[in-house]
Design a protein around this ligand. Sequence first.
Ligand code: SF4
Ligand code: SF4
Length: 381
Amino acid sequence: MSSDEKEFRRLEKKALRSLFDSMVSGGYRIIGPKIANNAIVYRELSSIDDLPKGWIDVQDGGSYHLEQTGGEAYFGYVVGPDSPKRFLFPPERTLWSAEKNGKDINITIEQDEYPKTALLGVRPCELAAVAIQDKIFAEGEYVDPTYKARRDNTLLIAVNCTRAGNTCFCASMGTGPRAGSGYDIALTEVGGDNGYFIVESGSNEGDDIVNSLSLNPATSHEIDTAENAVNETVRCMGRTLETSGLKELLQSEFNSPRYDDIALRCLACGNCTLVCPTCFCSTVIDTTDLSGNRSERIRRWDSCFNIEHSYIHGGYIRGSIMARYRQWITHKLVNWIDQFGMAGCVGCGRCITWCPVGIDITEEAGAIRKSVKENVKVNKG
Ligand code: SF4
Ligand code: SF4
């Protein structure tokens, strides 16, 4: 459907509860933004009163804190450490367990319990990340049945961004701050308590919910006001990543001395991969209890910053931190494009914010580009 054919409707801010109630009546559990542990994270919501009204997150390299503005925006924050990944591809899942019963061993394939879920407040960059994870887990020759079942059972309620974080660079990656596709419903929040949401449906399931609300069409002035707010977000975006020729640049600069410099700062903690909404590596762990009667196999998120992650018979492929950082950034910005036809980075900025030493993917890629330009100048000079 072209944007000209799209229907934009107006939902009064005061009527947000009706959207929530409509999803609950449709049998959905609602996961959305909520304050926990001094951050805005995705949790199950019992009502719209759980939303972080008036709260914003203030982010920079290696820092994050919340501030109450006294404002009336429900979605004035940007992104927290969580993303839809936590629900579609959970951090840990028991695959099977085995119980010894005398001479018998009973093996149980663990069933995945995942009720019909509406994910509320999904940002455009997160929608792009879900599309990337879909390619990995739900498309092609090898499908992860658990991911696929969860994905099929999830409604995505996106919220376009009307405020950019200091570490955001989705505009550079073409993934935001406006949702292009992949949502069931998209909202744009305008104004305070007397304001409204512009509502767009993106699927049949979205249509069912939106139609149940009997909303009036938005006026062209209301649509333009929402559009302008999103456009202003692009102007205020904290970071940029120059993507033109970046894949070729990183390929040719595989031995850039910048990687040695990064290795002196990087702690190999893996935070950047755990908060990244597109990273998909996992490991499998087998455990046995002390009695020796019960064992289980667990799948758990892993990180390419863990030295064990590259272990094969005979040793580690990426023994140094330098090699592990280079693997991470080139997988995101080079090999992913070859594998999946798109970069593995959606510009959410989480890896910058949650890196304890503030290592910044945009700055590092920019430094490699700059050093090449300087070398060219020196050679010409
Ligand atoms: S690499 Fe960093 S900025 Fe890119 S998607 Fe992952 S966490 Fe977000
Ligand atoms: S880049 Fe930062 S977050 Fe990532 S492993 Fe290194 S220190 Fe940790």
